[in-house]
Design a binder for this molecule. Structure first.
Ligand code: 5AD
Ligand code: SF4
Length: 481
């Protein structure tokens, strides 16, 4: 039976379960949601079945995202019904880009959902949850039906809690949204137009993360190299300026940033790759296609020659830089020749890894109204492209065998108890070692490689009075060391 109208103790311990889809930005948002809800007594768990609040933090970028969310909601409905029968008000929330895009349609199709909120309003989550808790589930099939998909005037970053716990490698959102309006992409519609966080806020959060144990910061933004946040003096800082400032913070060993647009890859940022030792020699710089015709159709605002020039400059600045990209095959209008151009570009550049997708029409985007290619054509092209990218990734990994790589040790794998971390070039490495190495920057002798990972052994540098001493060199070392 549903319980009566008595208000719950808002600080009683309750369990929160968040299922996160999509990008690192969503992972960052999910972390923040969990922290926002701590004062209400919510403890993050890893099981939906005993949770008091279940949040689906959704992604809308590709494929049948909306349908996937509705089928997941269908499964969760059973948990909510069971809770209702036992007098428990299990709250069900849909967050993220599907929530932003679908809004009230979610409540219409799934009336048992309690909360629907977008990426720009989750700082209001505690209030929404209090309201939903106190409003009580109205019937077996009706949730609280609270919807907040505003693009509010206040910025959520002014309301989000700062971190007091952290992982070795921490995400830090510095920029959000996008003004580029690529023909295929929903981001400008779901995340809104481009906005940069103020410098002071970012420095403050960075220092907190580092104090809490982070050795690496991954600066996040949908269009991160378009960053132009206001500094204390009222001047706008570029991403390279911000990176140089972060590099001054004691204890920060590594800096990365993602995702970038070629048009915003300015000279200073390229030079930062040469001059800032903490900036890792790896860059995810999507081009999407190797055909000028398709770049135009995609409204990418540059041609292939422009991209190749940037890569040349980056390699001149930092000869060992490893490169990654996103590719879309089967965008409307893509011919065999266009696809052949993409293959040629991949062979010319040589990627250490890359992501590739079949074009999927996103409602409301310009390309979704154009004539679509057959799924068979898209699948064929994707297979050819991925085979080439996998070969490149494998040979890049193979080149590392018998080399020593600096690895930031991030976690212990449950599966086999081995430690894992990343090389400067973003490769995953696993090896046996004591737990005390977690959070350390150590040398690993690479012994084996697969397409996706490296395997190695902790390098033993010295022998001293009968004890083996691990090399504990905390600094990343100078460029090209
Ligand atoms: N179809 C396929 N892939 C897409 N991406 C974005 N929108 C679509 C779409 N409609 C890919 C792009 C982008 C990455 C994050 O997702 O390659 O860079
Ligand atoms: Fe989407 Fe990236 Fe294009 Fe912006 S630049 S519209 S985020 S693909």
């Amino acid at each position: 039976m549903a319980s009566s109208g008595v208000l719950e103790n808002p600080t009683r311990n309750k369990t929160l379960f968040i299922k996160t889809y999509g990008c690192q930005m969503n992972a960052y948002d999910s972390d923040k949601m969990a922290k926002l809800l701590e004062p209400l007594g919510f403890i993050l768990g890893n099981n939906a079945s005993n949770a008091d609040l279940i949040i689906l933090n959704t992604c809308h970028i590709r494929e049948k995202a909306t349908e996937k969310v509705f089928s997941e909601l269908g499964r969760l409905r059973k948990l909510k019904m069971e809770g209702f029968k036992n007098g428990r008000n299990v709250l069900l929330a849909v967050a993220g880009c599907v929530a932003q895009a679908e809004g009230s349609e979610i409540i219409t199709r799934a009336p048992y959902v309690d909360l629907v909120f977008g990426p720009q309003t989750y700082h209001r989550l505690p209030n929404m949850v209090m309201e939903a808790t106190n409003s009580r589930q109205k019937s077996e099939v009706n949730g609280a039906g609270i919807i907040d998909t505003d693009f509010p005037v206040e910025t959520k970053f002014d309301y989000l809690p700062t971190d007091t716990t952290s992982s070795t490698s921490a995400f830090l959102s510095i920029q959000e949204g996008c003004d580029k309006f690529c023909s295929f992409c929903v981001v400008p519609y779901t995340r809104g137009t481009e906005a940069s966080r103020p410098v002071e806020q970012i420095l403050h959060e960075s220092i907190n993360l580092i104090k809490a144990g982070a050795k690496e910061l991954v600066l996040l933004g949908q269009n991160v190299n378009a960053y132009h946040g206001l500094s204390k003096s009222g001047k706008e800082w570029s991403l390279s300026r911000l990176i140089r400032e972060l590099a001054e913070i004691d204890g920060l060993a590594r800096i990365r940033y993602t995702t970038s647009h070629p048009k915003d890859m300015d000279h200073e940022l390229i030079m930062a790759h040469a001059e800032v030792p903490q900036l890792m020699p790896y860059l995810h710089l999507p081009i999407q296609t190797g055909s000028d015709r398709m770049l135009k159709a995609m409204n990418r605002k540059h041609d292939v020659a422009f991209y190749v020039k940037i890569i040349e400059k980056l390699r001149a600045a930092r000869p060992d830089i490893a490169l990654s990209s996103d590719f879309i095959v089967g965008h409307p209008g893509e011919t065999d020749n266009d696809f052949a151009d993409t293959i040629r570009l991949i062979m010319e550049i040589g990627y250490s890894q890359a992501y590739s997708f079949k074009y999927s029409p996103r409602p409301g985007t310009p390309a979704s109204n154009l004539e679509q290619l057959s799924d068979a054509t898209k699948s064929d092209r994707l297979q050819t492209l991925q085979q080439l990218l996998n070969e490149q990734q494998f040979s890049f990994n193979m080149q590392c065998i018998n080399t020593s790589q600096k690895v930031l040790v991030e976690r212990r794998r449950d599966r086999d108890g081995r430690l894992t971390g990343r090389t400067p070039f973003m490769q995953n490495v696993s090896f046996d070692g004591p737990i005390r190495l977690l959070g350390e920057l150590i040398d690993i002798n690479v012994e084996q490689a697969t397409e996706k990972s490296l395997f190695g052994r902790v390098a033993i540098k010295e022998q001293c009075s009968g004890h083996l001493i691990m090399n504990k060199n905390y600094s990343e070392g100078r460029k090209h060391a």
